[in-house]
Design a protein around this ligand. Structure first.
Ligand code: IVH
Length: 709
């Protein structure tokens, strides 16, 4: 075969896969691959067509937008072109039928957007713009969210909503007028009172329909409870809810709409994106406030960075920012390509969702004996991090989502949260997948597992001497927020257990240099340092002490509450149900768990041995118990942006030690905002609410005052 023939073969393959993927995405609202995998295939096709332009066909996905709503033939494409061993057989079912909706022809084509996958690709876009326009300097750009929903066009005549449609193939979309009328944030009658100029008789408003994350989660909970198929993400939920023949279903789903484009066959008298957006807002549409115009690339880059953190606190999903040339005159000069405008680009965020193969399910035994199934995955890059494992929570979760070994699963990693499996791509099953059943004995000590009551989802290994539990308990015991002896890492703990030097937490403070010498040949200095670290760790607050004990359901916060109530270890060990349940933050579950602990002879022995071995628990005095006095007393503080001198966690600790309370979001109760670098929407909200704002230097200065006083 000649190179050209090879290229042509691959082009045909890629087209088939991409077209099948598009149908799943646009018509079935149930994608079979991730955005990143799709982009990669799409770019491969673009590159081949660039190399052999004579092979470009007018109906290639690189020349078209979305899918034709008339397509109804079954997809037979083989999804076989991933570098991570995706199945090579045809997907079990990828039949997607034609739309059931009537057709609507768009007056003007609805386009797609070219993608930039990182900021350098945006710089290349900027260079192309300048070259095309013959400019030496960067033109002003308009930057806004890239909403992760579905594009919709609304046609208004004399201020009344006449027709609403999906994008379809860009020329013809689906008539979803009745469905759209159920969305509260879409005005059926425009408000002209704030509009100074006369608008044309017919205008078109384009924007994105989406579902807020909270609604999406609630919807999925309900669907799970009813044993129905869950949506993989809010975008699919929004699309699946909107494209319903029964508009009652759409109405029940609480969708939202954000407008980003205003157009008409006649002049609208606005000359740039910002004006157009203002008119939309005045007409009664939701637009969103976080956009701006600038010709400073640095500023765009920091906005892009900032949005990557802010996306976690937005009520809806964005998957990037859209950057448009601000001025309409320049936009017209730049014009359009076959499927995308030359004047705009979608600068995407690193992915946080990927599709990969579930190779196996293993079982982890936690500190309190809980058995957690863990997904062992074909390694996949997720926003720059290689993900190999993800939590599957518990058997019920696996059953509800019908997750089977061998499945292609959707993995999601958000912020620092442990990656989780959000769903399964059933269309890609081969029939070889194996259901998983949690073993009924502990995989480590083989004790029969138990479920305390039927309502519990978790199975536990009840053997408190189970080696798996021991290592987890010890890790917890030495962790930073407990005894804070982090030099005693997991490897060392494992070795000490192996040598029988460590059978429970109370052994830790008995360890000597000689003991450490047994696990290292060359342990002189290490052993000395570790013994010193142990010596220093012996003095501890009651709250940390209680937390370190690893009582079920007693986290850091509850430990603080208990310490505040009981003040001394002795008093805590005398706790009874009445006294526990009287504490505001303590419910029946916690009370019972605390009693289980203090009624367990072995546990109590550990506590006594700890005290005998020199652990000194600082008692909580009256004054401190109710209120810590310090430079942040009475302050309700929110941290935002990046701090350069310490992590947020440490900053939080310091504020709390100085009497302040730290919360996650800015509200009327907030008294102080500490704004690090690239602070975003929280800063804005604080400004709006008139909350006092200090920068990192001022924050450090305040902390300094504390250490001086
Ligand atoms: S402008 C010709 N602005 O992204 C300009 N689109 O990947 C195209 N989208 O089809 C539309 N947020 O569904 C524009 N702020 C935004 C957007 C946005 C999301 C969607 C839209 C478009 C797709 C292209």
């Amino acid at each position: 075969m000649t190179n050209k023939e090879i290229a042509n073969k691959r082009i045909q393959e890629l087209r088939a896969i991409i077209e099948a993927a598009q149908k799943q995405y646009y018509l079935a609202d149930d994608p079979t691959m991730s955005d990143a995998q799709y982009d990669k295939l799409f770019r491969e096709l673009e590159a081949l067509e660039k190399q052999f332009p004579e092979l470009i066909q007018a109906n290639s996905p690189t020349q078209t937008v979305g899918v034709s709503i008339k397509q109804s033939k079954k997809s037979t494409a083989q999804i076989s072109f991933f570098d991570n061993n995706f199945p090579t057989q045809s997907p079990a079912s990828s039949a997607v039928s034609a739309t059931q909706f009537a057709e609507v022809r768009h007056r003007e084509q609805m386009l797609s957007l070219a993608n930039a996958l990182d900021f350098n690709e945006f710089r290349e876009f900027d260079a192309r713009i300048k070259k095309y326009l013959g400019l030496n300097t960067t033109p002003k750009y308009w930057v806004e969210y890239k909403f992760d929903g579905l594009a919709v066009e609304l046609v208004y005549v004399d201020g009344l909503l006449k027709v609403a449609s999906t994008r379809g193939d860009g020329f013809i979309g689906e008539n979803i007028t009745e469905n759209i009328k159920t969305i509260k944030s879409i005005p059926q009658k425009l408000d002209f009172t704030k509009i100074k100029k006369n608008l044309p008789q017919q205008i078109e408003v384009r924007g994105e329909v989406l579902m807020e994350i909270a609604n999406f989660q609630r919807l999925n909970e309900e669907r799970l409870a009813k044993g129905e198929h869950v949506f993989a993400n809010p975008r699919n939920a929004a699309a699946g809810s909107l494209r319903q023949l029964d508009i009652q279903i759409t109405a029940s789903r609480e969708l939202d709409f954000y407008a980003y484009d205003l157009m008409s066959a006649e002049p609208i008298l606005s000359t740039a994106e910002d004006e157009s957006k203002e008119i939309l807002a005045n007409l009664g549409f939701k637009t969103q406030g976080n956009y701006w115009a600038t010709n400073d690339l640095e500023e765009i880059e920091s906005y892009y960075q900032q949005m990557q953190t802010e996306r976690d606190v937005l009520p809806f999903e964005i998957d990037g920012v859209v950057i448009k040339v601000l001025n309409f005159e320049l936009q017209n000069q730049l014009g359009l390509r076959a499927r995308t405008p030359r004047w705009a680009i979608a600068l995407k965020f690193p992915a946080r969702e990927e599709y990969t193969k579930l190779l196996d399910i293993t079982v982890q035994v936690g500190r309190t004996g809980t058995l957690t199934p863990v997904a062992e995955l074909e390694p996949i890059n997720l926003g720059g991090v290689t993900v190999r494992r993800a939590t599957l929570h518990n058997q019920d979760e696996i059953d509800r989502k019908d997750i089977r070994i061998g499945d292609i699963v959707i993995v999601r990693r958000q912020g620092d949260v442990i990656p989780a499996i959000v769903g399964v791509v059933k269309e890609r099953r081969t029939g070889q997948e194996q259901p998983f059943i949690l073993p009924d004995v502990c995989p480590i000590c083989e004790t029969q597992v138990i479920r305390e009551n039927d309502a519990d989802v978790a199975w536990r290994c009840p053997n408190q001497y189970c080696p798996a539990r021991l290592i987890e308990r010890l890790k917890h015991f030495v962790s930073r927020r407990a005894f804070d002896i982090e030099s005693l890492g997991e490897k060392i703990l494992e070795k000490l257990i192996e040598k029988n030097l460590l059978n429970n937490a109370s052994d830790i403070f008995k360890l000597t240099e000689e003991d450490f010498a047994q696990i290292w040949k060359d342990a002189d200095k290490m052993g000395k340092n570790l013994v010193l670290a142990l010596e220093q760790a012996k003095r501890i607050d009651l709250a940390r002490f209680i937390y370190a004990l690893g009582i079920r359901h007693v986290g850091e916060k509850t430990a603080k509450v208990l310490a505040g109530e009981f003040r001394t270890v002795q008093d805590f060990l005398q706790a009874d149900f009445e006294r526990l349940i009287k504490i505001n933050e303590v419910g029946e579950v916690v009370a019972k768990s605390v009693l289980d602990f203090i009624n367990n002879e072995d546990e109590i022995k550990v506590v006594h041995v700890l005290l005998q071995n020199g652990v000194q628990v600082r008692e909580v005095d009256n004054f401190k118990a109710t209120q810590v006095v310090g430079v942040f007393s009475g302050e309700v503080v929110v941290l935002t942006g990046n701090l350069t001198s310490m992590t947020r966690e440490i900053a939080k600790d310091k504020i709390e030690q100085a009497g302040g309370v730290v919360t996650n979001s800015v509200s009327k109760k907030t008294t102080l905002l500490v704004a690090g670098e690239a602070a975003g929407s929280k800063l804005k909200k604080a400004q709006e609410l008139g909350v006092k704002i200090i920068n990192e230097a001022e924050f450090l200065e305040r902390l300094q005052k504390m250490s001086l006083s």
